[in-house]
Design a protein around this ligand. Sequence first.
Ligand code: ATP
Length: 449
Amino acid sequence: MAEHDLMEKLVSLSKRRGYVFQSSEIYGGTGSVWDYGPLGVELKRNIKDAWWRTMVHQRDDIEGLDSSILMHPRVWEASGHVAEFTDPLVECKNCHRRFRVDILLAEAGAENLESARCISCGVSGQWTEPRQFNLMFKTFMGPAEDDAAVVYLRPETAQGIYVNFLNVQTTARQRVPFGIAQVGKAFRNEITPGNFIFRTREFEQMEMQFFVEPGTDDEWFERWKETRIQWLYSLGLDPARLRFHAHAPDKLAHYAKAAFDIEFFFGGTIGDGGWGEIEGIHNRTDFDLGRHQEFSGKRLEYIDPVLQKRYLPYIIETSIGADRLTLAVLANGYREEEVEGETRVVLGLHPSLAPLKVGVFPLVKKDGMAEKAMKVHEELRAKGIPSFYDESGAIGRRYRRQDEAGTPFGVTIDGETMETDSVTIRDRDTMRQERIALDQLVGYVRERI
Ligand code: ATP
């Protein structure tokens, strides 16, 4: 399969199987916003839960937070977003499509604008002067649409963490080094959105800000880089499709001392030759707390009870998009195979992330097999194992439907089940079947998910 086909195939499979739909589709769709269907919402939720488990539940040194989307407008002045959250934008004079300069150059494979061919109409070097464009969505709070009531939809969740730094530190009685984690919506009026859910205007971030004593920041930065890539491996992402990309010193954001992206190989037109950022790891120094201290007039220093000194902690940030990671998980899992002269489409999702864990099928709808299968399905559900009951069509077709949906196990109730209380369990990836006693089924599945 050619790489550039993959995205199209994922869009089509997502719609067919209920992973992702275009937003407001019956009205012709909205630009670069997507809705998650029955299977998509489960996959994304499993990804967010996996993140929360490793970042919050399994650690004593990270606390959770859920801050609001609308914040005091001064937050975005302090953060630098009002002045700096802009991208240079150019327009093709021939077809009038607009592009972010960095994305255009990467996708056109050009060194500079003069030599860049328009990726929409193909005309070369016909660009307007780059213009700065602020990516924040503005709205109004209260009844009067005047300037005093302007608020922004947050473009990142991080600022909600910074302004709550002392609230969390004191109430959770944490000592530096410690972190605050949050999952939530962010909004960016992207100029060049696209590539399905890779770059959207409304998306979810999973961000963790780790507060450390200045001087220990380089060491923590390295530790977080390693921790985060290991987590991505644990989701079943192919290590050969993951790499670090260091930001060159002249490309660093205004707040950062060091920054690495973790990139995933999506292929096609994404990013740099198919490699696109999925997570950013940044050493933000004391920039954020310093700015909020300055703009709010409130002291945000940490008082170290051991060292007996006050200081503004440095921050190591890990920031990953839930939607982009969902796309990486889908792209990583998608494959087509030839089986007995037919193409089998498989979504090889890690069993822990798969929306449905088990498909339950009566071999035929007679001799009590359907009733027995329904009972097995209900028992799995009652044990908290997402299961899908399917009795329609040939058994092979039912397996294929679940292969495409990414369901790792298929349980078939057949004549032998009725006699010996055993079932066959089929592995999605190897298609091998084994017979196990029915009372071992829950344990068998649990062990593997
Ligand atoms: P890019 O260069 O791709 O625009 P960024 O460097 O601006 O990304 P960050 O601000 O570091 O991204 O955001 C952290 C993470 O949030 C990204 O790694 C990505 O996973 C996710 N993210 C950012 N913008 C979007 C978007 N428009 N749509 C989906 N996910 C996004």
